[in-house]
Design a protein around this ligand. Structure first.
Ligand code: PLP
Length: 452
């Protein structure tokens, strides 16, 4: 077995991880995880850590589910690969059928990708293709929100409204237009419905300025996850969909985080946020992170406009070597079976309010300016002056320090500037929530003392 030092030096020498701090490349490395079980992971020294962010919002059914390992192994032994260009496989067909059953409205045509970025990228390319086939080559603008996050391909990074994703990259953004983040905290004087109207007005003006004939897509997460779990005011999505419909603009709901139970539903768009979009993208929770998979479900109405006799000789020249990968699709089917058998959506609906109210109790502590969330996702926003609206460098240090202390105490917290984001595996119990809150409380109190 290789020693810890050996791993550390090999990682420093050769590993290039996502979102790497380039000043530290080659001199620092990340904690190395070796094992797992339930909602916990274990590091190289066997230390147990609660998985506060569910990996990257994805380990829904928790770790070490034997059925998942067996389903993956069985499919790998039966058929480990097929080319999606000229063959298909039973798990991909069954999964498409199952997802069509779970999506709202007529979103029944399912395309598989390798993850969330490729799902959103494909959704945007589908719309581009759609408008070209319909003979509307000018209808290309993509409207997105500040604080949104949609992935790491060239196009999806350009759609992400956080500058951290852009620095020192060349962003292909000539088609992309930003509107305001629907963050109620930025508009303290407005009621929810007043804010919806203000934001809808901004959206309408943007469309009018660009010309509706030039606007193809509105791309939106139901809640802005990586932007800090920003929850738009009630009625926001339905109002935006109505505007989209009036201008023949396609509404893409990016459910890479919210699908598969995070908010207590298979898909959050309709049942939690009151909108039936034209396209939904998903990834992460579809396999609970056991193996990569993403995809999108598209409205039959859209597909009908550019297929069959309407196709005009076109073919959809977009796809991946691993689209509909048999092993990934078999894992997703087993994952969904586990959700159904264990009543996981009902569990989230039951335990979500307890999770949210336990987190709300932290709002009394110093530094905590806001606690917001839905289902099993929450953001604790910290500010040096808890009543101030601005964000400073000092606040960023506060967030990082809270995360550091929580980690020492056995809880992984997703660091996001001045925010602590928690989105645990959906199988979390009440007593595990109590443990999580106790660690967070201590981390916040200790940080507050240090910054006094
Ligand atoms: N869309 C949303 C809303 C996301 O949160 C993410 C990742 O966090 C992505 C897309 C990109 O997904 P992936 O990292 O699987 O490519």
């Amino acid at each position: 077995m290789r020693s810890t030092e050996d791993y550390v030096s090999a990682a420093k020498r050769n590993l290039f991880v996502p979102a790497a701090n380039m000043e530290k490349l080659g001199t620092e490395t990340l904690p190395r995880l070796e094992n797992s079980g339930g909602i916990y992971v274990y590091d190289e020294d066997g230390r147990r850590l609660m998985d506060g962010p569910a990996g990257m919002w994805c380990t829904q059914i928790g770790y070490q589910r034997k059925e998942m390992a067996e389903a993956i192994a069985a499919q790998a032994m039966a058929l480990s690969y097929n080319s999606p260009w000229y063959t298909t496989n039973s798990p991909a067909i069954e999964l498409a059928e199952k997802i069509a059953e779970l999506t709202p409205g007529d979103l029944n045509r399912v395309f598989f990708t390798t993850g969330g970025s490729t799902a959103v990228d494909t959704a945007l390319r589908f719309v581009e293709f759609y408008n070209n086939v319909l003979g509307r080559p000018a209808k290309k603008k993509i409207i997105v929100r500040k604080d949104g996050y949609h992935g790491s391909t060239s196009l999806t990074a350009a759609c992400s409204g956080r500058e951290g994703n852009w620095k020192n990259f060349d962003i292909a953004n000539e088609k992309i237009e930003f509107i305001s983040s629907p963050n109620p905290r930025l508009h303290p004087g407005l009621s929810g419905s007043e804010l919806v109207e203000q934001l809808a007005g901004e959206f309408e003006s943007k469309i009018a300025d660009l010309g509706p004939e030039n606007v193809a897509v509105f791309l939106a997460e139901p809640l802005l996850a990586s932007g800090g779990v920003i929850i738009p005011p009630s009625g926001y999505h339905a109002r935006f969909k109505e505007i989209c419909d009036r201008h023949d603009i396609i509404y893409i709901s990016d459910e890479v985080v919210t699908a598969f139970g995070r908010c207590g539903e298979w898909f959050a768009s309709e049942k939690v946020f009151g909108v039936v979009p034209d396209i939904i993208t998903f990834a992460k929770g579809v396999t609970s992170g056991y193996i990569p998979l993403g995809g999108l479900a598209i409205s039959e109405k859209l597909v009908a406009r550019i297929s069959g006799k309407e196709a005009k000789g076109s073919f959809f020249g977009n796809g991946y070597t691993y689209s509909g990968h048999p092993v990934s699709c078999a894992a997703a089917l087993t994952n969904i079976e586990i959700f159904e058998r264990d009543g996981l959506l009902a569990h989230v609906r039951e335990i979500g309010p307890y999770f949210q109210s336990s987190m709300q109790a932290l709002a009394q502590l110093p530094l905590v300016a806001d606690v917001r969330g839905n289902g099993l996702v929450v953001c604790i926003e910290c500010l040096a002056d808890k009543n101030a609206a601005g964000v400073t460098d000092l606040d960023k240090k506060i967030g990082a320090r809270i995360d550091e202390i929580a980690f020492e105490q056995g809880l992984i917290v997703r660091p996001l500037g001045n925010m602590c984001v928690l989105s645990p595996p959906l199988v979390i119990t009440k007593s595990e929530i109590d443990d999580m809150v106790a660690i967070l409380k201590e981390a916040i109190v200790r940080t507050a003392r240090e910054f006094e």
